[in-house]
Design a protein around this ligand. Sequence first.
Ligand code: F6R
Length: 609
Amino acid sequence: MCGIFGCVLRDGNAAPIIHSSLKRLEYRGYDSVGIATLSNKKIYIKKEQGKIDEVHQLLNLDNMPGNIGIGHTRWATHGAPLQINSHPHTDCKGDIAIVHNGIIENFLELKTELQNLGHTFVSKTDTEIMAHLIEETQKQNPHLNFEQAVLASLKRIEGSYAFAILSTNQPDKIICARNESPLVIGLNDNAIFCASDIPAFLSLTNKAVLINNGELVTLSTQGYEIKKINDASPITRNPITIEWTPEMAVKQGYPHFMIKEIHEQPQVLCNTLRIQDHYLDLLSTFLDRANEVFLVACGTSYHACLAASYMFSKLAFLPTYPVYASEFLEQHGKSVNIDSTILAVSQSGETADTIAAVACAQQRAATVLSLTNTIGSTLTRISRVYIGTQAGPEIGVAATKTFTSQLSVLAQIALKLSKKRGKISQDEIDSLEEKLQQLPIVVETIVTNQEEKIKTLAKKYSKTKLFFYLGRGISTATAFEGRLKLMEIAYIPSIAFPAGESKHGPISLIEDGLPVVFVCPKDDTHKTVIGNIMEMKARGAHILAIIEEGDEAIKSLADDYIEVPKGIPSVLTPIPYVVPLQLLAYYTAVEKGYNPDMPRNLAKSVTVR
Ligand code: F6R
């Protein structure tokens, strides 16, 4: 997730406006920043890694000529956050400048093709290929103007994008295009703007035009023209008036970042499904060769590791050891060795305990692999191979979209490993891959259909003094994560156990009306879970079950239930089944009058041990 912005002014300098608008988009990304302006048929670029204020101090972003320009604030996905990878990117001659939010899936094929035609690439990004592709299209079809060349080039691009492009060929225009990544146009009497999000220009205008997937927009001092990308047919669309305050706009109208981020999960899951195959392949190759594999993390990321241990075991027959990073040194510090592999998972890539565990393993010559949402973080710098989880910045302190994105990537790695090891049939792999592709829609359905019901349940249970969360098999990880969410933001003491363990102690706490949340997908654990529900009911517990749609057996036992669409394979269930638990925690916190974005005593990134 990055932020893009562009503007064409009737008079005045574009750069200061771009700079201040990027500042308002910083919540979309903040590891590098760049601006391109156009004046007297020449493109000027300033870009650097670092936060906007730091880069401005270094380069003075306001001091650039021209009434037209584009800018970008980056959250790295392809290529580390370095100056060279910062946007805008250009073609070979520096006549085209481009900013992009999204992921171009076929960039490696296109890059090779363009390199064979003599194009020189300077960055590791997927974005740069678009500048060269337009250059090449114009070279091969000199009769095409800039807009036509962009249209033709877009037809070759697979993936998600919101582009804003400048060219000396039509120096009074910005061309924008959208597929899946957000893009809006704003306009006032003196200027026209394009941006990833409305907050970028809300202090300049409240008139906006929303751009849909598959549309190209040309901006000039004359206004805007929208066309369909597939046939260049024109589209008429009038501006709407935005009633949001700037604060509401940053949260896209949601009252808190946490609920916005829960709602973003379908899009984030789509992004995780675009991770380049060769990264997944590389990581699974290392895992395949390992003698012993430790999955190391803290908090929510640890729960992703716990779920992953079931995935690796069931799909690839690879035993792995999930370990709390804070325990790694004591538990395995002496035995970890050159034959060990550590897969560290961390949203921030900066958690002190995770880094310490990795450093210890590295000193003892173990192989370090990682998964993080923050490219350029300490973890990426000390790992042999890392994969970015593609969730974009998460601002709510409680992890939500980063958890489901970690699970999606881990499931893809487990599937790759499974293929390598030939442990399950090709039919089964094909079916799992198909189900994985459907998860964004499944999660969307849960949020759409269950949110109101969960709000009501949160009201009903908000006065409760203690909660139980139980699950069996991989659902143990889901139950643990649901418990953590409720505890950390609604401050209700909660206990989570594998359901089978509950009768070895915790069951003594059960008394009349105590709510027990059961995570019960219809997998191999279903029958046994029904037994566990009966045990709890017999002692007066109040059962709130997360079930597969139409699971009449559990419906008849539960006091309340939340339904998840049918047919999710067991190893993928944590992704959709955790969503109702995130919503339950969120609405319980709100019901109790707490701010879920800033739970007391907690920090987004825990950099002390
Ligand atoms: C819980 C939460 C924390 C983090 C933990 C690890 O909602 O956010 O438990 O999961 O502090 O952080 P990362 O993943 O950044 O290493």
